[in-house]
Design a protein around this ligand. Structure first.
Ligand SMILES: [Fe+2]
Ligand SMILES: [Fe+2]
Length: 269
């Protein structure tokens, strides 16, 4: 795999095992579809559980264990930090901050959760790790994974979803030449471009915890010749082109609805 070759990333988020609106068929189907795609990397961007309980984590681990991919990055979300859930996370998924370093792409995942709070932050003690890892990656494609939002999203009600230190993190990431940010949290699929960085938010893959006319979905991201193209995939249903961006040339094409994709759209799949 090189920057000039094709790299496929599947991003699922907010699967929320244990929640009353968790739909097992949706997650079963999502995993079958991901295995058919045969991606190079799978990202699970937090909120694996409803309340951080052991049984919920074990259920999530059983599902994620069915994904056939050598490179799976899992970060915790605010729901996973409830009830001291982070000890189950660490036992089943390893470090809460992690790196996947491949030939021409590096992914840095961080834990933005705080025990028993919905708010989040990265925290200054982790800034050097982030900056150092991306600087050592030199000209590799740089991807940052975080559960919470770095920029507010439309269709999420009163703003309370960006991390406390969003400004400092955005500054660090843009200075480090990060190409792509992958987040979850409010179950609203969306994207923003900031300077030379594309910030992509995933919906919930496997729950009916959606807002407005939103539908369960996940992201399939194709990277080819440095161009990042994001497809939104609805389990059992169609796939649609959401956004395409080349961080090097700044060529930017957006195909989804301008305001709150899935929020103002038509109901149904
Ligand atoms: Fe969530
Ligand atoms: Fe969340």
């Amino acid at each position: 795999m090189t920057r000039n070759n094709r790299l496929t990333i599947c991003q699922i988020s907010d699967i929320h095992c244990g929640n009353a609106r968790f739909i097992p068929d949706l997650l079963d189907r999502t995993i079958v579809e991901i295995n058919d795609v045969d991606p190079n990397v799978v990202v699970v961007s937090g909120d694996l559980t409803d309340a951080g309980y052991r049984e919920e984590f074990e259920q999530a681990a059983e599902y994620i264990g069915r994904i056939r991919c050598e490179n799976i990055m899992v970060v915790p979300g605010n729901h996973d930090a409830r009830n001291v859930g982070y000890i189950h996370f660490e036992r089943l998924f390893g470090e809460r901050h992690s790196v996947i370093d491949l030939d021409n792409v590096v992914l840095v995942g961080v834990d933005s959760s705080e025990p028993d709070l919905n708010d989040g932050q990265v925290g200054r003690e982790h800034y050097d790790f982030i900056t150092k890892t991306f600087s050592e990656a030199q000209d590799k494609l740089k991807i940052f994974i975080i559960h919470h939002h770095l920029i507010p999203l439309p269709g999420t009600g009163r703003e309370r979803n960006i991390i406390f230190d969003a400004g400092d993190i955005l500054e660090r990431l843009t200075q480090a030449g990060v190409d792509l940010v992958l987040s979850g949290h409010k179950h609203v699929p969306h994207s923003w471009k900031l300077e030379q960085m594309l910030i992509v938010n995933a919906g919930t893959a496997s729950t009916l915890r959606v807002r407005g006319n939103g539908r369960p979905c996940y992201n399939i991201i194709e990277i080819e010749d440095g161009r990042v193209t994001v497809f939104r995939k609805y389990p059992f249903k169609r796939q649609e082109l959401a956004v395409s961006f080349n961080p090097r040339t700044q060529d930017y094409l957006r195909f989804d609805e301008k305001v709150g994709a899935g929020f103002t759209g038509q109901p149904g799949y």
